[in-house]
Design a protein around this ligand. Structure first.
Ligand code: DGY
Length: 321
C-alpha cells in the first residue's frame, strides 16, 4: 500500500506525476485555499502533505492528524509552520531554500526600479488617457545608479540583491543580526552598519529577513522616521516585517518618497489605504514567480516529501528530532 499524501494547492502536472509514483495522492487542483477545518479533515488519514504558505500547521491541526509524518512547504519561508508543535507531534517539516534566490533577487530589482522611477503611476496615467505631452517635470523619480542601497538581511537573497547592485555602481550597506565574514563582504562589496545608520544613510532600503517574532515590525513608525524623506522602501520578504499602518502614514504624509511591496500583513487582505496611494508599487507576492523557479520549488518540496516518507532524511529538513 502506498502512503497517502495531500497536495493542498494546485501544482504542476510533473509534480503530481512524480508524487503519484510513490504515493496515493489527493490533490486540490481547484486551488481553493482550505480553511483549518477542511485542511484537518483532508489530512486526518494522510502520512504527508505538500503545503504552501497559506496553510497553517499548528498544534491544533496536528492533534487531528495522527498519521502525519511530514509537511513539505513549497516556500523558503516557513512562518506558517509551528516547528515546536511539529517536534512534539514528531512531524518533519521542510522548506525550499536555494532554488528561488536569483528569481527573488531579480524581482527585488524590478520593484526597486519600478518604485524609484514611478513606473506603475506613470503607466496608469498614460492608460487613463491623461498624457497630453512631454513635460520637463513629469514623474520625476529617484536615480538608482550611484545611490546608496541599504539591505536588511544579508542571507542568500540579500546577497543576490547586493551582487546585482554593482551594475548600478551603488554603495551597498547592510545590517544583519551577525556581521558577515570579510570574504562575503568583499565578494558582495558590502559594508556592515548598525540599523540606525542604515536607515539614515540609505536611499533605497530593501528587506530580506525571514518573518519571526524577532523581526515583527522591524520597520515601524520609528524606523520610517529615521529614513531620508527622499528614500524608498522595498519589501519582498514577508508581511509583518513592516508595520503596514505606519507605512501607509509615512507614504501619505510623504515622510518617505515611496515604497515597493510584494508582501503584506494579513495577505491577501492588504490594508486598503495602500490602494489609494500613488507612491507605492504593489504586487501580489510574486517575487519567486518565474515558471522555472516555481516548478523547482514545487519539485524540491515533492523530493523532500518522498525522502521523508521513504525513511530518509529530507534534504531540507527544518526540525531534526
Ligand atoms: C517563499 O519561498 O518564502 C516565498 O515567499 C514564496 O513565494
Amino acid at each position: 500500500m502506498k502512503p497517502k499524501v495531500l497536495v493542498t494547492r494546485e501544482v504542476f502536472d510533473e509534480v503530481l506525476e512524480y508524487l503519484s509514483q510513490h504515493f496515493e495522492v489527493t490533490s486540490n487542483q481547484s486551488d481553493v485555499p482550505m480553511d483549518q477545518g477542511t485542511l484537518a479533515a483532508n489530512l486526518s488519514d494522510k502520512q504527508g502533505a505538500l503545503i504552501t504558505l497559506s496553510d497553517k500547521i499548528d498544534a491544533a491541526l496536528l492533534s487531528q492528524c495522527p498519521n502525519l509524518k511530514a509537511v513539505c512547504n513549497i516556500a523558503v519561508g516557513y512562518n506558517n509552520i509551528d516547528l515546536n508543535a511539529c517536534n512534539k507531534a514528531r512531524v518533519m517539516a521542510t522548506n525550499t531554500p536555494g532554488v528561488l534566490d536569483d528569481t527573488t533577487g531579480d524581482f527585488t530589482w524590478t520593484l526597486i526600479l519600478a518604485t524609484a522611477r514611478r513606473l506603475t503611476e506613470a503607466e496608469a496615467y498614460l492608460r487613463n488617457g491623461q498624457w497630453d505631452g512631454w513635460k520637463l517635470k513629469q514623474f520625476l523619480g529617484l536615480d538608482v545608479y550611484h545611490a546608496t542601497l541599504g539591505i536588511f538581511g544579508l542571507g542568500r537573497i540579500g546577497q543576490v540583491v547586493a551582487r546585482r547592485a554593482s551594475g548600478f555602481e551603488m554603495k551597498v550597506i547592510y545590517h544583519d543580526v551577525r556581521q558577515a565574514s570579510p570574504e562575503i563582504e568583499q565578494t558582495y562589496r558590502v559594508s556592515f552598519v548598525k540599523k540606525d545608520e542604515l536607515l539614515a544613510k540609505a536611499d533605497i532600503v530593501t528587506i530580506h529577513v525571514p518573518y519571526s517574532p524577532a523581526t515583527h515590525h522591524l520597520i515601524g513608525k520609528g524606523e520610517l522616521e529615521q529614513m531620508k524623506p527622499t528614500a524608498i522602501l522595498i519589501n519582498a520578504s514577508r508581511g509583518g516585517v513592516v508595520d503596514d499602518a505606519a507605512l501607509v502614514e509615512a507614504l501619505r504624509s510623504e515622510r518617505i518618497a515611496a515604497a515597493g511591496l510584494d508582501v503584506f500583513e494579513n495577505e491577501p487582505k492588504l490594508n486598503p489605504a495602500f490602494l489609494e496611494l500613488k507612491n507605492v508599487v504593489l504586487t501580489p507576492h510574486i517575487a519567486s514567480s518565474s515558471k522555472a523557479t516555481r516548478l523547482k520549488m514545487a519539485m524540491l518540496a515533492a523530493q523532500n516529501l518522498v525522502a521523508a516518507l521513504m525513511g530518509k532524511t529530507p534534504p531540507n529538513l527544518l526540525n531534526p528530532f
